[in-house]
Design a protein around this ligand. Sequence first.
Ligand code: KIV
Length: 270
Amino acid sequence: MKSVLEFRARKGQAPISMISAHTHWEARLVAESPVDCVLVGDSVVTVIDGEPTTFAATPEIMARHVAAVARGLGDFASRKLVVGDFPFLVARQGRAAAVEVAALLLRAGAHAVKIEGVDGHEDIIAHLVQSGVPVMGHLGLTPQTVHALGGYKVQGRDPSSAAELLRQARALEAAGVFGLVLECVPAPLAREISAKLAVPTIGIGAGEGCDGQVLVMTDLLGLSPGPAPRFVRRFAEAGQAAREALAAFHAAVAAREFPSARESYGGAKE
Ligand code: KIV
């Protein structure tokens, strides 16, 4: 999938697979996979830098990782759809700041940007869309407002907050988003929102009724340390493979078994 037009056209057709990836090596793997599209999420600062929240992400950090991912995905014409995350509070700093950050991310190689929430910055979203910058929404558990939400909790559990989420989803659609992420929302509510919107929804912890699914690459590879949230499925145990490889390296060094003559220079036969 190479464009937001293809993304939108998938509604009601085949489910969309999206990976949140941050590095060049991850992008190289995604490029060789059938996965549809890539989000360069602001989770980069939690995954790569060990930050406790996504607040540390800045426009410069996001642009640097968008560029690394874009290089890993190949040249622009053949590149899979890349969405770059708007970092903490940028959408609240007015039109000029939002336009500047959108330009930074698109120049770095993104095709679109993702913005958390809607109330109070729907005009910014609409302005970007009207300026030709495709915008993806993000509702439910929005990590940039974790303190206001009282923690990393499932959203929309009671009827009034469920109705509120549906209203926000409609407001995003009215502002012109080409799709939206629903994070940590009860599956029946995510299914209802998905059915009522014309644009695709991408779920993470939102059940199978969404139009697509996203996972963070290191989570699905089994590389993330510590217990994973309930919605994560580890499609590989790369972390265990890495631990075994490190132990084997250490043992080979300790036994003077590595490097072998073949792995060294200067012998009689090279
Ligand atoms: O930052 C991120 O990786 C995200 C996804 C988890 C949706 O926003």
